[in-house]
Ligand binder design. Structure first.
Ligand code: ZN
Length: 439
């Protein structure tokens, strides 16, 4: 019964076989050398130093570091095929850069015209998310093509049955611009103890700061509300958020590139559960690992540093899982959780540092519900001999994807996705971004 339930709740991506991975486990609260993760029907059957592996079960020797899959609580997936963009000057709030001619000329105007390519944009962005270690993300399209690769926590995570658009989590870009009925749905969700992630206080001026007062007046500052950005918030504001059970998502690169400043995370970490996420490719990072590296370099320049390497890894795993109320389902290597994981080459002595500084070619496998969807072909095949691997190049590194489940099982390849997008971008004489920025 257990395995049948697991299949139902992790469908459609769960890998229906039993296998074990050996390596250094970063759970991430502890490091277990020479540990084993036993995976059955897409679920972690056991993980630790003393796992009994049944005789007939294949043990994959990874010689690597094994982490839970990264959880991205701030993204806008369909923008991630667009190249890097800058407003040309620092702005004081999001309304300023959204009003620039260059935003219309390089991003928003074309994003609207590329709507027919929505599923290609979505699929491309999900592969991009996987390349940078994310197994769960938000900011996806409410279309059935969203099913099958990364988990989309705002549309179809695979954790709440097989029907799409039944997720408890809401992802709201601008909650202060909502219609009254939508606003009510945010308050109802919070009253029912469901998480709502929203952009708030994005900028450095008084109008950005004012959004906290507006959110308070709307009755949003309550348990389950999760604020993205919060650049101008002060220590006393974070104290209030912490007291009310409000969470926080930090996106430093996008903040610093657009506004020249980012949130006071030294204050934030005293009071609130803090997650890190890349925002989007144009002004943020290409994905989770890249944003973690950006944060680590920023952190090294602070006196004293705000975070340890371990805390940065927790901000990409256990903390976002807790904020999204998915900590009993993903975000740790622990018995009973989904087998969402990332395997990275053991390149540094400190496994937390190895993840933060992992380059795209250090990622050996990224698996959702036990099924490796991205990585090195040999590792993917060792884990899943039936994987339909499609070779791809990431800045010259030979990697592979398994697109068998893309578009709700239609299995549209990455090559076709890219071909469609290149044709669509060419129509508008636009350059297209890659999965990574190559040196
Ligand atoms: Zn955003």
């Amino acid at each position: 019964m257990r395995s049948l339930l697991a299949i139902l709740f992790l469908a459609p991506a769960a890998l229906g076989q039993t296998y074990a991975l050996r390596g250094t486990l970063i759970t991430p609260d502890e490091v277990i050398e020479n540990g084993v993760v036993l995976v059955k029907d897409g679920v972690i059957e056991d993980a630790g130093a003393n796992v009994t592996v049944p005789d007939n079960v294949n043990i994959v020797e990874t010689h690597g570091f094994i982490y839970p899959g990264l959880i991205d609580l701030h993204n806008h997936l369909t923008w991630n095929a667009f190249p890097r963009w800058s407003a040309g000057t620092l702005t004081r709030n999001r309304y300023e850069w959204q009003a620039t001619d260059s935003y219309a000329a390089r991003l928003s105007g074309y994003q609207a015209k590329l709507r027919d390519a929505g599923c290609d944009l979505e699929r491309f962005a999900e592969v991009k998310a996987l390349v940078w270690g994310a197994t769960s993300t938000v900011g996806s399209l409410p279309l059935v093509c969203t099913k099958g690769l990364a988990r989309n926590l705002d549309y179809y995570s695979g954790f709440f049955g097989t029907e799409a658009a039944k997720e408890p989590l809401q992802y709201r870009v601008f909650p202060l611009e909502l219609k009254e009925s939508d606003e009510k749905s945010v308050r109802d969700a919070l009253a029912a103890d469901k998480p709502v992630i929203a952009h708030l206080c994005e900028g450095v001026d008084a109008s950005a700061a004012r959004e906290l007062r507006m959110a308070r007046a709307h009755g949003f500052l309550t348990k389950g509300f999760i604020i993205i950005h919060g650049v101008p918030l002060k220590d006393k504001d974070f104290a209030e958020l912490g007291k009310n059970g409000v969470g926080f998502v930090w996106s430093p690169r996008s903040n610093i590139e657009l506004y020249g400043a980012t949130a006071d995370v030294a204050s934030a970490k005293k009071y609130v559960t803090l997650a890190i996420a890349p925002d989007w490719s144009p002004s943020g990072s290409n994905g989770m690992l890249e944003e973690m590296r950006y944060a680590a370099i920023w952190n090294d320049q602070q006196f004293p540093p705000v975070f340890t390497n371990k805390e940065l890894v927790q901000m990409a795993t256990t903390n976002p899982a807790k904020l999204a109320r998915l900590d009993s389902k993903t975000g740790r290597l622990a018995k009973g959780l989904a087998a969402d994981y990332v395997i990275v080459r053991a390149s540094a002595r400190d496994p937390y540092q190895a993840l933060i500084y992992a380059a795209h070619d250090d990622v050996l496998a990224v698996a959702v519900a036990g099924r490796p969807l991205y990585g090195d072909e040999t590792m993917m095949k060792a884990i899943n001999p039936n994987a339909r691997v499609e070779p791809i190049s990431v800045c010259g590194a030979a990697k592979a994807v398994d697109m068998s489940d893309s578009d709700d099982g239609k299995g549209i390849s990455f090559a076709d996705t890219k071909k469609n997008l290149i044709a669509a971008f060419r129509m508008f004489a636009l350059p297209m971004a890659g999965l990574a920025e190559c040196p």
